[in-house]
Design a protein around this ligand. Structure first.
Ligand code: HEC
Ligand code: HEC
Ligand code: HEC
Ligand code: HEC
Length: 496
């Protein structure tokens, strides 16, 4: 009798468990089906929170990018950069990238965007917002591209307010991947690459990133009303290698700025991440940005895309080990070796360039002629462009290790050429014993180039406590901003 009772009890428990399991499977199935249906979200809904009710997993993982919140002051780590960028915004403030969640905040807080007092002041054009927010394609659609590209950065302070989010990569009506910034397709066409219309789903998994992680410049474009627009343009018409873009810029005699010390017409590389990726082992095999940065996650019966875009080395089991059979440890060791190889050449090139700028400054001071300096400035321009290209396309040492070392090698070569020529010019003008000072820290570097750091901070703080707060209130009134979305977020910067 006892035996039967036990058997009955066991069976009942088993049936109970089975029923629960079936119910759970059905529930998951329902949920998956619900997920597969596309709920109606407004075409230009840029408040990311509005997507949470429909796509909780994607939203919650997207919001995890908030955890990557460290400010890493690159000018403090490499004070030579202050000299390399003398006369240009980057000498004022430059941090390593952090989570997408901070894109708008960091853009407003950087000393590079200055301290505007109204919609017509400040050092930067509207184009500076372009890869920070889904409000950008919204404004482009509402105002037209040319209106968007006209005027000062401060013109859109109360419109461009939500950080990189759903509408940057998706059409919310279908949730398909979509690129809403026209310059990418124009760039692809100019380069003779596959256009967006020809892109496969796998291509799109990189293209959504390429709308921002690419090299670009602001092309000055005259408008009918006599005004001029600063239009984001990808310099790809000669191709997408570092030499191709150098040629493109040289042909049009383009410069981002004139170096304050050496008087070189300079180029600033932005972040040619997609172009570099293309030349590496993964790019050549079309392993997409999303394959590593947005791996699939299995949660119960549900499979979804991890939207916490960050460092794939933090979850190698999902981001690498589906494809690689060696151990995580040996892959990591391999990567660190690549990083060190890059750093060795990177630092050498950076120090050589800082010295070249200061030596050129001295040469002007002791009476060098334009004619003597022209070939030297050309070497400096090309050397720094190449060094910057290899370093700013973070982290190209991993995405494209050989190409990174090749480019740094040519940068070092050209910086060396400049300095040999400079030694001759300095000797000719009686300054053969000049030795450029060694750059020791950020403060000393700022003094060398005469940067009014304290004044910049003062202007910025006035802006942050004043106009910037007005922008947030206005944005809320316009219905494009939910202050809850940034509640409790600490406003971090490198300078206060
Ligand atoms: C930087 C680009 C990017 C952003 C920002 C982004 N997504 Fe995605 N999303 C992707 C990619 C890539 C995929 C994978 C698409 C594929 O290969 O089918 C994806 C897939 C999805 C899917 C399909 C189901 C799945 O998980 O694969 C949904 C739903 C989705 N995203 C919702 C969102 C929501 C909601 C937001 C905003 C909180 C968002 N996405 C922000 C790039 C992005
Ligand atoms: C709308 C423009 C835009 C799009 C689209 C975009 N990014 Fe970014 N990304 C940025 C900006 C801007 C930052 C720097 C944010 C900051 O520091 O405040 C950044 C930062 C990053 C970082 C550094 C994150 C960290 O925590 O350090 C990674 C990794 C990254 N992006 C990868 C990607 C990948 C992969 C895609 C495509 C799936 C993508 N991004 C799409 C603009 C974009
Ligand atoms: C094969 C995997 C893989 C692919 C494909 C890949 N990445 Fe990465 N990415 C990584 C790894 C690993 C790192 C971190 C390396 C490190 O330790 O610095 C990284 C770092 C980054 C960072 C720098 C973050 C920082 O804080 O400096 C950005 C930005 C980025 N990737 C963008 C992209 C874009 C855009 C693409 C596609 C064009 C792409 N990645 C393709 C693996 C990949
Ligand atoms: C979708 C598949 C896929 C994923 C995901 C992937 N890889 Fe790879 N990986 C490849 C392929 C394919 C190659 C090229 C192999 C060849 O050429 O024989 C490669 C090559 C490499 C190489 C050698 C080439 C080089 O650049 O030195 C390293 C190192 C590497 N992968 C590391 C990683 C790491 C780390 C991750 C995760 C962040 C990762 N891979 C994610 C497919 C992948």
């Amino acid at each position: 009798m006892k035996k039967y009772k036990i058997l009955l009890a066991v069976s009942l428990v088993a049936i109970g468990l089975m029923t629960a399991l079936v119910a759970s499977i059905n529930e998951k199935k329902d949920e998956q089906e619900k997920l597969n249906q596309v709920p109606k979200v407004d075409r230009w809904e840029t408040k990311n929170e509005e997507f949470r009710k429909h796509y909780p997993r994607q939203f919650d993982s997207w919001k995890e990018t908030k955890k990557s919140d460290e400010i890493h002051d690159m000018l403090k780590e490499y004070p030579e950069l202050v000299v390399l960028w003398a006369g240009y915004g980057f000498a004022k403030d430059y941090n390593a990238p952090r989570g997408h969640f901070y894109a708008v905040e960091d853009n407003r807080n950087t000393l590079r965007t200055g301290g505007p007092v109204d919609e017509k002041t400040g050092p930067m054009p509207t184009a500076c917002w372009t890869c920070k927010s889904p409000d950008v394609p919204r404004i482009m659609a509402e105002d037209g591209d040319m209106e968007y590209y006209t005027g000062k950065w401060s013109k859109y302070g109360s419109d461009i307010i939500n950080p990189i989010g759903c509408v940057d990569c998706h059409n919310p009506e279908t949730m398909e991947l979509q690129v809403n910034r026209k310059y990418l397709d124009e760039g692809l066409k100019a380069a003779g690459e596959k256009t967006l219309a020809e892109a496969t789903q796998q291509d799109m998994r990189s293209m959504v990133c390429a709308q921002c992680h690419v090299e670009y410049y602001f092309a000055k474009t005259p408008l009918a009303d006599g005004k001029s627009a600063a239009v984001v343009t990808l310099p790809w018409a000669e191709g997408t290698l570092v030499e191709d873009m150098e040629k493109y810029y040289d042909n049009m005699e383009f410069k981002d700025w004139t170096h304050k010390v050496s008087k070189t017409p300079m180029l600033k590389a932005q972040h040619p991440g997609w172009e570099m990726w293309k030349t590496g082992a993964h790019g050549k095999n079309n392993v997409s940005c999303a394959d590593c940065h947005m791996p699939y996650v299995q949660e119960g019966g549900i499979k979804y895309t991890d939207h916490n875009i960050g460092n794939p080395l933090e979850n190698m089991d999902k981001s690498c080990m589906n494809c690689h059979r060696v151990s995580e440890k040996s892959l990591l060791a391999n990567i660190n070796e690549k990083r060190e190889r890059k750093n060795e050449l990177h630092k050498k090139a950076m120090k050589a360039l800082a010295a070249a700028h200061l030596e050129a400054g001295k040469a002007w001071e002791v009476g060098a002629t334009e004619e003597e300096m022209a070939p030297i400035l050309k070497d400096i321009r090309h050397a720094q462009w190449r060094w910057d290209y290899a370093v700013a396309s973070h982290p190209s040492f991993f995405h494209a290790p050989e190409e990174t070392l090749r480019i740094l090698g040519t940068a070092l070569g050209k910086a060396g050429d400049a300095r040999i020529k400079l030694a001759k010019v300095l000797a000719k003008h009686g300054a053969g014993d000049y030795k450029a000072p060694e750059i020791k820290d950020k403060k000393q570097a700022q003094e060398i180039i005469g940067l009014p750091f304290e004044k910049l901070i003062e202007e910025k703080m006035k802006f942050r406590n004043g106009l910037m707060q007005e922008w947030k209130k206005e944005a809320e009134k316009k219905g494009v901003y939910n202050p809850k979305s940034t509640e409790g977020v600490e406003d971090k910067t490198s300078y206060n």
